[in-house]
Write a new protein. Structure first.
Length: 175
């Protein structure tokens, strides 16, 4: 039987402190709660990559959206379309990630593609990224692709449903 997102009643007591924060807010983390030790270990890296990344919020969303798209994770795509819109990114900019965007977004999308296709950044792309966004941001880009690849694999393995508020938002305002 596929683990479904845990309800509050079934939430593991050893991670009770996480339920009222990020972990209780989304189906992906309610599904990961089937493995409390993993979810607890996940929290600090999630904090860094989602909130404190050297990429900054918009670049992070570009990287996450492209990663979700390339993985075929409808959950990640939907949730991060919503987050990108909340940051003020236009629908045209978001939709461009389905093919190949222009400017810096293209550089970021090429990096995601290289990491997923070849598991590395070729030297010329790494140099261009470093010049454009800095060394720390390049490390965070690589880590973000890895993090969301794992998350996307969990989402698709367990067929985690898109959270109702996000599903409603995208039904009312499709991309």
């Amino acid at each position: 039987m596929t683990p479904a997102p845990l309800s509050d009643a079934d939430w593991p007591t050893e991670i009770d402190d996480l339920r009222d924060g990020f972990a209780g807010a989304l189906n992906v983390y309610r599904t990961m709660a089937h493995h409390p030790d993993l979810l607890r270990a996940w929290a600090p890296l999630r904090q860094h990559l989602v909130r404190d990344s050297a990429l900054g919020p918009e670049r992070s969303e570009v990287v996450i959206l492209r990663t979700g798209l390339r993985l075929g994770s409808s959950y990640e795509w939907a949730h991060h379309v919503s987050r990108a819109r909340a940051l003020g990114m236009s629908d045209d900019r978001i939709a461009a990630l389905k093919t190949m965007p222009e400017g810096e977004d293209a550089l970021l999308a090429q990096a995601v593609d290289a990491i997923l296709d070849h598991h590395r950044l070729p030297p010329d792309l790494e140099r261009a990224l470093t010049a454009a966004i800095g060394t720390r941001a390049v490390f965070d880009l690589i880590a973000t692709v890895g993090f969301y690849s794992v998350l996307g694999t969990i989402l698709m393995t367990y067929d985690v449903p898109i959270d109702p508020a996000i599903a409603r938002e995208l039904a009312e305002n499709p991309l």
